[in-house]
Write a protein that binds this ligand. Structure first.
Ligand code: DON
Length: 583
């Protein structure tokens, strides 16, 4: 059987694309654009994981707000309606395209390690990582960045007052909203983790401790007070004053490390975006401490050297090339990526087309290279579990691509008493011990070791695409370590396979992250493809639970501006509740 398969593989793959192409001559033109339809609009759009939040952004667009105002409104609203990942107590990344200045801003509002953090803080007496402390204790929280990020973006690039932009979020918390199925089911699933904290239990469950059912009113008065304070005072309403007092009290009530000084010292940073090209597209993405931008560009550079379109979308030969590119990128990630304020990340070398050519040269077209045979580049040339994404676009052509998170769903599960928001467990994104995998199976070393004031390495990958100098697409995804590969495939679907937003979103995805040496296929890939890949030596598995039981790879929120001027968007159908609001 295996020999037969090998023969088949040899026939189809050893001869390069030729054999495959010959087999396809009966259907030379493949148009993907009538398969699924995106939401279409003339003026503006907001795509997020939750309908209330998308509509909050749309309300702001209709009032005359720009894409940045809409993004900030959506970000604050998600903190109310999508507490799995929408947050005040976490952090993230925002890419902003300002049409009038033809400029991209890469805003880093990732959490920072508190001053009292130290390299070995999560090791137990035996020198092993104590996963409970790294993931579910107060110590797992980094200093939150979301409120600084959203208010900075609003103050510098928004058009409306902060209080107006935050009004929908305040209203959703204060008046409440009707619980939808997605949140009700999620809260039931996390009843045990959230119920372990009396404050979270009170905030997210009924007085008798039972979960709210779909159709019931859900109000969050403490959160409404916090949002009102921020709406009135900006970031000072969170990093100083009574909200800051509540955060520090909550930290002290357990073993938490965050103090007033940490909150006062928190800064969101504008960084130079990562830029790359793929054929006639420009790709603009988030720089470190996100690893996503560097590696999406690195993998696109490798893949650009092959005519992928002729191989056929999701053919075994296409998936093989994707997979091998992913292994090299994640190997380099483990060694070279970290917070650029603490570690010199070789961005130019990693995103260099020549280096990509070297990787391409090592990739065998007919066989998988075992991950144990792949190591991070020994030298580079010198050079000078829930997260959520939303995208916005306005009539003027401004766009925002924002991914933010608490890390796992509901972060560390602990709510700040009296202030009504959950705390992150982002400290687990550091490499607590070289070579020991974190909650997403990712390994790292010194580049991503814990240091006070440092930001943990992230996989969050907001991306913007441009063509002929014009803004054409904003996208991004949750999914921990699978974020980078989900985003890669979504942009390839558009740039290489000419798919529309909906089709590019819906098509089945794959994932490989070097270690574990496992090629994950989403449902929807054919058995033939699976067998061909297995025969090439890939250890193929169905979707694993990187994301705490989710059976999917990512959940992209995409907006595309079409050549005819229409705005086309797609909320990923992989998770319930996502919605494209448009007008
Ligand atoms: O920043 C990161 O890479 C992770 N904290 C993201 C976590 C995540 O995406 C969870 N699941 N969807």
């Amino acid at each position: 059987m295996r020999n037969l398969l090998s023969l088949l593989v040899s026939l189809m793959l050893l001869g390069g694309a030729a054999g495959h192409l010959a087999a396809q001559t009966a259907t030379p033109v493949i148009s993907y654009n009538t398969q699924f339809h995106p939401t279409l609009a003339r003026r503006g759009m907001v795509v997020s994981q939750d309908k209330h939040a998308s509509e909050a952004g749309l309300e702001i667009l209709r009032m005359g707000g720009n894409a940045i105002d809409a993004a900030v409104a959506t970000g604050f609203a998600l903190a109310v309606t999508h507490p799995q990942a929408g947050n005040l107590g976490g952090g993230g990344f925002m890419l902003i395209y300002l049409k009038s200045e033809d400029r991209v801003i890469a805003l880093d509002y990732r959490e920072m390690a508190p001053r009292a953090a130290s390299r070995d803080m999560f090791l137990n007496a035996g020198g092993d990582v104590d996963n409970r402390r790294a993931r579910f204790s107060m110590q797992s929280s980094g200093v939150p960045g979301t409120v600084m990020g959203l208010t900075d973006a609003q103050a510098k690039y928004g058009a409306l007052p902060l209080s107006a932009v935050m009004a929908p979020a305040v209203r959703l918390a204060d008046e409440g909203f009707i619980m939808n199925w997605a949140l009700s089911a999620s809260l039931s699933r996390y009843r045990e983790r959230l119920g372990a904290d009396p404050v979270s239990l009170k905030q997210y469950f009924k007085a008798d401790g039972s979960p709210y059912q779909q159709g019931e009113l859900f109000q969050q008065p403490d959160l409404a007070k916090t949002l009102t304070e921020i709406a009135a005072k900006g970031a000072a309403g969170f990093y100083q004053g009574w909200v800051a007092d509540r955060i520090v009290e909550t930290m002290k009530s357990s073993d938490g490390l965050i103090r007033h000084e940490d909150l006062l010292n928190y800064v969101a940073k504008e960084r130079d975006a990562i830029s790359g090209t793929f054929r006639d597209y420009s790709v603009v993405a988030m720089p470190p401490p996100s690893s996503g931008g560097v590696h999406v560009v690195q993998m696109l550079n490798v893949l650009e050297g092959w005519d992928l379109k002729s191989l056929g979308h999701n053919s075994a030969s296409y998936i093989h090339r994707l997979t091998e590119s992913m292994k090299y990128a994640y190997a380099d990630r483990s060694k070279y990526l970290g917070d650029p304020d603490f570690f010199k990340v070789p961005i130019t070398a990693l995103t260099d087309k020549g280096y990509a050519g070297t990787i391409r040269g090592k990739i065998k077209l007919d066989a998988a290279t075992p991950s144990t045979d792949i190591a991070p580049a020994p030298e580079l040339p010198d050079e000078s579990k829930d997260t959520t994404h939303f995208s916005t676009m306005d009539a003027a052509g401004n766009m925002v691509s924002n991914t933010y998170t608490l890390n796992f769903s509901y972060g560390n599960g602990r709510t700040v008493a009296g202030a009504g928001f959950l705390l992150n467990n982002e400290m687990d994104d550091f490499s607590a011990k070289p070579g020991t995998p974190n909650g997403f199976g990712l390994i790292g070393g010194v580049a991503n070791a814990i240091e006070p004031g440092k930001r943990p390495l992230s996989s969050m990958t907001p991306v913007l695409l441009f063509k002929d100098g014009q803004p054409v697409m904003a996208t991004g995804s949750p999914g921990g370590s699978t974020i980078i590969t989900a985003v890669l495939q979504t942009v390839l679907n558009v740039m290489e396979f000419d798919m529309n937003a909906a089709t590019a979103t819906a098509r089945p995805r794959i994932h490989h992250q070097w270690f574990p040496d496992r090629l994950i296929l989403e449902p929807g890939h054919s058995v033939d493809t699976r067998l061909l890949l297995a025969a090439m030596g890939h250890s193929v598995s169905a979707v694993a639970s990187y994301n705490e039981g989710e059976r999917v790879l990512g959940a992209t929120m995409t907006i595309i501006r079409r050549p005819d001027g229409l705005i086309a968007g797609s909320a990923d159908p992989r998770r319930p509740g996502a919605y494209a609001a448009a007008y």
